[in-house]
Design a protein. Structure first.
Length: 461
């Protein structure tokens, strides 16, 4: 390209000082003319010294200090309002970009004028080693031990690598149920055949792995394999045991990239999800293709599109604001493209822990707000009714004091808070809905086609 367009790169920060050096050092190392981009950091009232750190170490960064925490949506809107680029590139503060990251986004935007936004291939930060666990799984209810009808094999309580606790970075890829929480921390039950992905920070070095495991069955077996090689074999029972095995230098090179996102899909219930989430990169997402929406981790927006569509909805604060914006863009006939040559590595949920009360509140609420603004009334009534019905269900279980104890209590508190917030946001969101529906250029049927694709994609995951 003879003349590279000017790009405004914006990142939002809230007490993310520990991420900023990696983020900015990668941005200022990109293969793009330095005079053709600006870097803006919007700080949402951090108290960890983030602003001073950037002033000392990255004086070329344009600092915008917000007087209050505006979240992802409001923070980006503030940055966009102060920017001057023809293109707006958004990048999470807990991400690191590849050298061709921006160049590839811009090339795609220039090549396809109908594309209002371009998204990247996003990997989890670390490389991951796939460890296979084989055991016997049993159903507690069939054994007369409670009402649980799941097939339970091995319970993973903790993972150490070279004596360092990496449990929060471990990914339960295949054959695991959702994590459960107790006072001592989270744990996860496997079925009889499962794959655990462990983060490897030092590829090419010998690694000592310690897994703290226990079985639901008192007389179980456990085989652990890496590729075709058996690396551990033993017995396991009700009591937690520490299984220790080593990964050689040669074996450590069996690590793979683990995908965080290759764009966003949407299903028939209005849930958004990352394409390829927690799947190993086997070149299955190596083609440039249209997607429903951009990942908020890394995206390039045309200012022309944002002027027509509008910015992020600040009522959302964070989560689902990217899906909402892309849905509104599609109603105005803009499209979204995925370019796999634009690569980013990301500390997933680095700024807010996944399925924490904060995370859960915004995800539950903002999905329903997205439907309220963009979906047909029939769909809105169906899923809002189901949500409020679920609260009544939880209240009933809470007072009966059944299986889960405090877990339902915490879930109920979050859902009640969401229910109240939805009612408070309702009048303003209905006004926004009226404006969106009045100005849209395509019918919902085209959006529904993307929802059908999303359902098909979920079945293939």
């Amino acid at each position: 390209m003879e003349f590279w367009p000017f790009v405004s790169i914006i990142t939002i920060n809230f007490n993310g000082k520990h991420f900023l050096n990696e983020c900015f050092s990668s941005i200022f190392s990109i293969d793009y003319p330095k005079e053709r981009y600006e870097v803006i950091m919007v700080d949402n009232t951090s108290t960890d010294g983030s602003v001073d750190f950037v002033r000392r170490n990255y004086p070329e960064v344009i600092l915008i200090e917000s007087s209050r925490n505006l979240g992802f949506a409001g923070g980006n809107n503030l940055g966009i309002g102060k920017s001057k680029g023809e293109y707006i590139a958004l990048i999470n503060n807990d991400a690191q970009v590849d050298g061709d990251w921006l160049k590839e986004l811009v090339l795609s935007a220039d090549k396809f004028p109908e594309m209002g936004a371009i998204t990247s291939k996003v990997y989890f930060h670390y490389f991951y080693l796939p460890i296979k666990l084989d055991c016997k799984a049993v159903v507690p209810k069939e054994m007369g031990k409670g009402k649980d009808t799941r097939k339970l094999g091995i319970r993973v309580n903790k993972v150490l690598i070279n004596r360092i606790n990496v449990t929060e970075d471990v990914k339960f890829i295949k054959g695991f149920y959702l994590p459960e929480k107790i006072k001592s921390g989270n744990f996860c039950w496997s079925r009889d055949d499962s794959v655990l992905a462990i983060p490897i920070k030092d590829v090419g070095k010998k690694i000592k792995v310690s897994l703290f495991l226990q079985s639901f069955s008192p007389d179980n077996f456990l085989n652990i394999t890496l590729g075709d090689e058996l690396i551990y074999k033993g017995d396991i029972g009700l009591k937690e045991i520490k299984t220790v095995f080593s990964i050689s230098k040669k074996q450590s090179y069996q690590v793979k990239n683990l995908i965080n996102s290759t764009g966003i899909f949407i299903d028939k219930q209005g849930y958004g999800g990352d394409r390829g989430f927690e799947s190993f990169d086997e070149s299955q997402f190596d083609e440039v293709q249209e997607v429903f929406g951009t990942s908020g981790v890394s995206a390039l927006f045309k200012r022309e599109m944002l002027k027509e569509v509008g910015l992020f909805d600040e009522d959302f604060f964070m989560y689902y604001e990217d899906l909402d914006l892309c849905w509104r863009a599609r109603y105005l006939n803009w499209k979204i493209l995925y370019n796999p040559k634009s690569v980013v590595r990301h500390y997933h949920s680095g700024s807010s822990k996944e399925w924490s009360p904060l995370f859960t509140f915004y995800v539950l609420r903002n999905r329903l707000l997205t439907l309220l603004k963009n979906a047909p009334f029939k769909m809105i009534i169906k899923y809002w009714f189901k949500y409020y019905l679920s609260i009544l269900y939880l209240i009933g279980h809470f007072f009966k004091d059944l299986l889960f104890g405090g877990k339902i209590e915490n879930m109920l508190k979050v859902r009640l808070k969401v229910a109240l917030s939805l009612l408070l946001k309702l009048p303003g969101q209905l006004i926004k809905r009226y404006k969106i529906q009045k100005s849209k250029k395509i019918n919902f049927e085209e959006i529904y086609e993307w929802m059908e694709k999303g359902e098909k994609y979920k079945k293939e995951m």
